[in-house]
Design a protein around this ligand. Structure first.
Ligand code: FAD
Ligand code: SIN
Length: 533
């Protein structure tokens, strides 16, 4: 068993921002960061395009960034939260720069700002095409300066500890659910241990792995959302899954798809269909730089019309030296599979990329469960509404990592007496006999979500998805009750819950808005509604 003052689940930008600030404010308190993987294996590490923020006050303004965010969010952003993130984001970016983050500059020493879909000005700070890697590097280096931060790797957090574990009946109607810490599987010795904490922050990232093709790494299985849902906390707007328009299409390669950043289109890349037509002008006046929901749907439509599994991103007309300077990683990756981007077009297809909804929080990162905060991609703060503006998520994660810290730092919560909380009960479970029971269910889950709950949805598809999820859930619960827990089983269970929440949200939303498009309800409803489950 472990005990800590401030527990942080997740070592991406949200978790580490919070942990660093807490450690700095309270040198005598213990901050424990837990991750189920290596320290830097996070969505954060893979971020390419950069971080949006107003730094060029001659051409840009807070109002413009706010307006772009609200337009992308299609009516569902919380305007107050948008203003908070845009304005406070600039301070957070400065902090990161002071901690050592290097963003590309022009010859005159000014930042080389990038452009992405939905932005009316150049405002994306970036480090080549590997911005996230640079940010994660800086954060992990900084953590080493704080002896009061304990960093636990390869522990899979399974469950939030609440009154339920003390023997009380906890339902959605229970007025004051509290979090006392977590149960976690130490994968080095396969023991499930309690970590008791005064305050817990969930910074568990996204859920792209619920789909067959995703830009997200394997850690992105929606664990935080599923844990809060099981603990009877509030989850919001899960139907808004953002598909990135341009993941590299590689036939026969499953799992994480390599991203071709939107910044390539910001620098002049043009989408073309099989016939070589620049089709975006038929879909939106902003052409290739329309918001992501519009571009992804346009690509999906072109693929269906032409019977192809991809479209092309044409960069042949772009200055090769400039391309190499801004996108060295993409150039190398394409070359490694035989594509010289200055000579050939890049085959691309949409892939699940970002979860706009998640654990519902207030403007200080507080969830509906006492002593439990959430920040980063797992949270639904109200910033993104029905569709996230490109490069706003790293910004949001830093702003809410900071805000959650400020709020949590106001009170010091005493730990519950350890003997009140039972050990994890493994009675009746045996070692798993065949992994196929897990791997096959995972494949089925990813396939059904991609085919029935993807970019374009219908009532019948959603109904079918729900029926199949029911079966997967029943079979997986049986396995969970009888088998020793592994991260793979825990993740499958979480992903089925997350898929259920996505489908349920999609069924409740009787309209098409932002990232949710249902051909049975093609119009927007007049009622602006967040769907809370
Ligand atoms: P993450 O960085 O994903 O960290 C999650 C952490 O939680 C990990 O440490 C993980 O191990 C841990 N964890 C999860 N579950 C458990 C568990 N059960 N037990 C223990 N630990 C657990 N956004 C932008 O703003 N700009 C961009 O340019 C950009 N590009 C992107 C490119 C790609 C390819 C991808 C995938 C995303 C991109 N995004 C971008 C989105 C952005 O990177 C993420 O939204 C953001 O980094 C999420 O940060 P986070 O701290 O919330 O979570
Ligand atoms: C990209 O670089 O295209 C991704 C940016 C983002 O997801 O915000």
């Amino acid at each position: 068993m472990k005990q800590t003052d401030y527990l942080v689940i997740g070592s991406g930008i949200a978790g580490l921002t919070y942990a660093l600030k807490m450690a700095d404010r309270f040198p005598n308190k213990k901050i424990t960061v837990v991750t189920k993987a290596s320290a830097d294996e996070t969505n954060t590490k893979y971020a390419q395009g950069g971080i949006a923020g107003v730094t060029d006050f001659e051409n840009d303004s807070f109002e413009k960034h706010i307006n772009d965010t609200l337009i992308a969010g299609d009516g569902l952003c919380n305007p107050k939260v948008v203003e908070i993130v845009v304005k406070e984001g600039v301070e957070r970016i400065s902090e990161l720069i002071n901690w050592g983050a290097q963003f590309d500059k022009k010859d005159d020493g000014e930042y080389a700002l990038g452009m992405e879909g939905g932005h009316s000005e150049y405002r994306i700070l970036h480090h080549k095409d590997v911005t996230g890697k640079e940010m994660e590097r800086v954060l992990i280096e900084k953590v080493k300066e704080y002896p009061n931060i304990e960093f636990i790797k390869h522990w899979f957090v399974i469950e939030l500890i609440t009154q339920h574990h003390l023997g009380y009946l906890v339902t959605k109607a229970t007025p004051d659910i509290q979090c006392y810490g977590v149960y976690a599987l130490n994968t080095t010795n396969n023991q499930i241990e309690k970590i008791l904490a005064g305050t817990t922050l969930l910074a568990t990232g996204g859920n792209g792995q619920v789909y067959r093709s995703t830009t997200n790494p394997s850690i992105a299985t929606g664990d935080g959302v599923a844990m809060v849902y099981r603990a009877k906390g509030r989850i919001e707007n899960m139907e808004f899954i953002q598909f990135h328009p341009t993941a590299l299409y590689e036939p026969g390669i499953g799992g994480q798809a390599f991203l071709i950043t939107e910044a390539v289109r910001g620098d002049g890349g043009i989408l073309r269909n099989k016939k070589g037509e620049a089709f975006m002008e038929r879909y939106d006046d902003r052409k290739d730089l329309a918001p992501r929901d519009i571009v992804a749907r346009a690509i999906d439509s072109e693929m269906k019309i032409n019977g192809t599994e991809y479209v092309y991103l044409d960069c042949r007309h772009m200055d090769k030296d400039k391309f190499l300077h801004h996108f060295p990683n993409i150039f190398e990756k394409c070359l490694s599979i035989g594509i010289d981007v200055s000579q050939q077009m890049i085959p691309v297809a949409p892939a699940a990329h970002y979860s706009c909804g998640g654990i519902k929080t207030d403007e200080w990162g507080k969830t509906s469960i006492r002593n439990l905060f959430a920040a980063g991609e797992c949270a639904s703060t109200g910033l993104h509404g029905a569709n996230r503006l490109a490069s706003n998520s790293l910004l949001e994660a830093m702003v809410f990592g900071h805000r959650a810290f400020e709020e949590a730092a106001k009170n010091h919560t005493e730990l519950l007496a350890p003997d009140l909380i039972p050990d994890w009960d493994t009675t009746g479970t045996t070692d798993p006999r065949e992994m196929i029971l897990i791997t096959q269910s995972l494949k089925e889950l990813q396939l059904l979500m991609s085919d029935y709950v993807g970019i374009v949805r219908t009532n019948v598809r959603l109904e079918r998805a729900m029926k199949r999820l029911d079966l997967l859930w029943t079979e997986t619960e049986q396995l969970y009750q009888t088998t020793k827990l592994s991260p793979q089983l825990g993740e499958l269970r979480n992903m089925i819950s997350v898929a259920y929440l996505i489908v349920k949200g999609a069924q409740f939303r009787k309209e098409s808005r932002g990232l949710h498009f249902n051909t049975d309800y093609p119009e927007k409803s007049k009622l602006l509604q967040n769907i809370v489950l």
